[in-house]
Ligand binder design. Structure first.
Ligand SMILES: [Fe+2]
Length: 414
């Protein structure tokens, strides 16, 4: 148990450093400004991170008195749409920083003293894992806000690694059952549960996400350019975090909507993979028939496996992560870009909401499409092979790309 508590404390600290980078890179005016009606002011995200930590770890798990019950309503994401948040009497930058620090001290004290066993919410440190992932998800949201903000570049990171292997074409995933979702991953969220067997007919899936060069051909044929692309006499430019440069031809395309991804696939004579196909390609081990935690195995993601955790501020070229490929040779399923799949966000058979309906269940239905695999902006702790993200199909301010798939023809299986 000491190990678990130490791990939680270490991850909370590491994650908070990232939140600090994202909120200290700009001045106070910039923090309270709304950079896009799709996004909250950064100062809202910061105090909201603290407020969720207070609600779950300090009050619920810890049974402690509220720090600031008076501000709960301001940071309830269901109460106020993002576009309305700048008009609220939000905590200012200085107050927000003091608030999250106070909450963190109390949460760490709770972590030291609480009994983790005997209550589902705290078993294996679940509530701490949930709050940790919540902050990491907001770190990705804040990174997306940075991408939408005008002005000079304020974030920097080394470029992603180069391509070292030639990855092209498609991979056959044979027909048969596989285990989708999880019942054993301690910090998996309710929508990833329970593990269940899905029989998937044979299909082909792209060995890599669709690249900028491939997507540019679709644009030339009449498709819409991704968000942040601009036309230059010499070709397409892309702006990332305040820097404009020619698109990287062999890097996965990013900032495309579900509709654009689907249109590309149709133009290419293909389709998006279903969510089950994506997960089978990512997790199914043909040698054992079991599902792995990640394409490369059960080991937590390292820098050799995937472009995660905001180590780099953009997707890596195709072929940059051979150590992260699946046994069948499907590359870069984890990290780089979220991949739209052709499935609605729904509950798995046997789904039960936990710890609250608003986490996932209220979003189930045809309005939302699923994205899988995480992006360069996603933390490794919040990116399992079973992890499911969802958004409106028109959205493209997120770090979204895709790969395509097709049915296998009987003659191809003989
Ligand atoms: Fe949130």
């Amino acid at each position: 148990m000491t190990d678990l508590r130490e791990r939680v404390a270490r991850e909370l600290e590491r994650t908070r450093r990232r939140s600090a980078v994202l909120t200290e890179a700009v001045d106070d005016d910039d923090l309270i400004r709304q950079h896009s009606p799709l996004m909250s002011p950064l100062v809202w995200d910061l105090a909201h991170i603290g407020n969720q930590e207070e609600l779950w770890l300090v009050r619920d798990v810890g049974g402690r008195d509220p720090v600031r019950a008076d501000i709960d309503h301001l940071y309830d994401a269901f109460r106020h749409a993002r576009k309305d948040r700048p008009a609220l009497p939000l905590l200012g930058p200085k107050e927000a920083r003091a608030y999250v620090a106070t909450v963190r001290d109390k949460a760490l004290d709770v972590l030291d003293r609480v009994h983790l066993e005997g209550r589902r919410l705290t078993e294996d440190g679940f509530a701490f894992g949930m709050i940790l992932q919540h902050e990491q998800q907001h770190d990705e949201t804040m990174l997306a806000t940075h991408q939408l903000r005008a002005g000079e570049a304020v974030l920097s990171a080394p470029p992603p690694p180069p391509s070292t292997v030639d990855v092209r074409g498609e991979v056959l995933v044979p027909a048969g059952p596989f285990t989708m979702g999880t019942s054993t991953e301690a910090w998996a969220l309710d929508n990833e549960r329970p593990a269940h067997v899905v029989d998937v007919p044979a299909f082909f899936i792209d060995a890599a996400p669709v690249t900028n060069a491939q997507y540019a051909e679709f644009v030339a044929a009449g498709g819409s350019p991704p968000l942040h692309w601009t036309r230059d006499p010499g070709g397409w430019l892309a702006t990332g975090f305040g820097r404009t440069a020619p698109i990287v031809p062999d890097a996965p395309v990013v900032h495309v909507s579900f509709h654009e991804a689907s249109a590309y696939a149709a133009w290419a004579g293909r389709r998006l993979p279903t969510e089950a196909e994506w997960e089978k390609a990512a997790r199914w081990d043909p040698a054992t028939g079991r599902s792995r935690r990640f394409p490369w195995g059960d080991e937590d993601p390292g820098p050799q496996h995937a472009n995660l955790g905001q180590r780099h501020l953009g997707p890596a070229p195709v072929g940059a992560y051979p150590a992260g490929a699946s046994p069948l040779g499907v590359h870069q399923l984890i990290g780089d870009v979220w991949e739209w799949v052709g499935s609605d966000f729904t509950g798995y058979p046997g789904f039960t909401a936990f710890p609250y309906r608003e986490y996932s269940e209220v979003f189930f239905g045809p309005e939302y499409k699923v994205l899988r695999g995480g992006s360069f902006g996603t933390d490794a702790v919040a990116c399992r092979g079973t992890f499911r993200n969802w958004d409106y199909p028109i959205r493209r301010q997120i770090f979204s790309g895709f790969r395509t798939a097709r049915d296998a023809r009987p003659a191809e299986l003989a």
